[in-house]
Design a protein around this ligand. Structure first.
Ligand SMILES: O=C(O)CCC(=O)C(=O)O
Ligand SMILES: [Fe+2]
Length: 391
């Protein structure tokens, strides 16, 4: 009913159909209704300053932890600033490397396509994933690499047990990651250096998370001996009109989803400025809030493993990318997850008396593999797993 119009009889006023948003999350497909007429639960993403995260004084570290705790509780997201990663390593070199990779001829990119990798690592072309059923697919290209005990740069512990289900049987002992070593050797070098820098910062964040949950600072350390850690380079072309006859009604860079990680660190390398388009975060009231690029920052969000471990104290917040500003967008997403053999159980302080522990224990590698296979539904490993009733 239009504002100011009075109902003239006692029948209920006609309600507009509630708009709904469907998304992919740890618990499977989810749906959230936009609360008609409601205000967004939050309107911006908080900024957390990490300059004191390594202070020798515990109260100073605790003040950073408290800010992380607030951000993760209220929004599930934060801009991390003063993280200590120099801008050459954070922005300049990675942006050049990512641009150069996606500018390679299609044949060079297809030479490292994910379908050539049993572990689902490598290049993905436009529209290969489809997180939003209203689209013809996610309008992005990606390059994925991840934890790989056989990749020399990763210096895996010599006694690491590689028989866990998360790693495909790999009798050859050859690396699982595929790199465009012939076409663009600098890409591997730059991304490996970047990965090392963000991995160290991810461990700092986890220390702050442990403090925020009233645990010993090292609480999560034993679960992260050789973390499952994906690094994904992304290129989003400017959104194009939906092709006629495609059956799609929307164009989206990456459809609404929650991440299967402990925490995710997103680096918005080149993004349309101005807050319109780009990364968007869903509030509990069903509103999309822009998370525009902030130079020098990393966007950090809670993933499903942390949501579980914190018994939902911290939310694995749904987000998406919509690039509707008319320029290319590049980003690097780093998904820091526990080691494959780590058991995820609820942090003791997150179940107070009278409260239910909502989650059963899971082994991180088993769960991660399930999510990966469901997300890459076109990959031969996923097709086979579906045929065998495994996913
Ligand atoms: O590109 C971005 O800003 C976010 C990417 C993302 O959400 C993802 O890859 O899970
Ligand atoms: Fe994501």
């Amino acid at each position: 009913m239009a504002p100011g119009v009075l109902a003239t009889d006692s029948s209920p006023a006609p309600q507009p159909p509630a708009e709904s948003i469907s998304f992919h999350a740890g618990k499977g497909k989810g749906i959230r209704f936009v609360v008609p007429g409601s205000k967004p639960t939050f309107t911006s993403i908080p900024t957390v300053d990490f300059s004191l995260a390594n202070s020798p004084h515990l109260p100073e570290r605790q003040s950073v932890a408290a800010a992380v705790g607030r951000a993760f509780k209220e929004t599930g997201f934060m801009y991390a600033v003063n993280h200590g990663i120099p801008s050459a390593q954070l922005s300049d070199a990675p942006l050049q490397a990512v641009r150069d990779f996606f500018a390679l001829p299609a044949a060079d990119k297809m030479a490292v396509h994910i379908n050539k990798s049993a572990a689902i690592r490598g290049y993905e072309a436009l529209y290969e994933t489809r997180l939003d059923h209203r689209t013809q697919g996610d309008m992005k290209e990606a390059f994925n690499c991840a934890d790989d005990p056989w990749e020399p740069e990763q210096r895996a512990p010599a006694d690491l047990d590689t028989t866990f289900s998360h790693y495909p049987a790999n009798p050859s002992g050859k690396p699982l990651n595929q790199w465009p070593d012939d076409a663009l050797p600098a890409f591997r070098q730059t991304l490996c250096a970047y990965r090392e820098a963000v991995a160290a910062f991810a461990r700092t964040i986890l220390r702050m998370v442990a403090l925020a949950l009233e645990q010993d600072e090292q609480y999560f350390e034993h679960m992260c001996r050789f973390p499952m850690a994906g690094l994904r380079a992304l290129r989003y072309p400017p959104a194009a009109p939906v092709p006629e006859g495609s059956g799609a009604t929307e164009t989206i860079g990456i459809g609404a989803h929650a991440d299967y990680s402990f925490i995710t660190l997103v680096n918005q390398l080149s993004s349309p400025a101005g807050g319109e388009g780009g990364l968007e975060v869903l509030t509990p009231s069903g509103h999309w809030i822009a998370a525009p690029p902030v130079p020098g920052s990393l966007v950090v969000n809670v993933g499903d493993f942390l949501e579980r471990a914190s018994n939902d104290r911290f939310v694995s917040t749904v987000h998406r990318v919509k690039n509707c500003v008319g320029a290319e967008r590049h980003s690097l997403a780093y998904f820091f997850s526990p080691s494959s053999d780590a058991v995820i159980k609820t942090v003791p302080s997150c179940v107070v008396e009278g409260e239910e522990d909502k989650y059963e224990e899971i082994r991180a590698g088993d769960w991660q593999l399930q999510r990966l296979l469901r997300a890459r539904y076109k990959h031969p490993a996923s097709v086979k797993a579906r045929e065998n009733g495994e996913i």
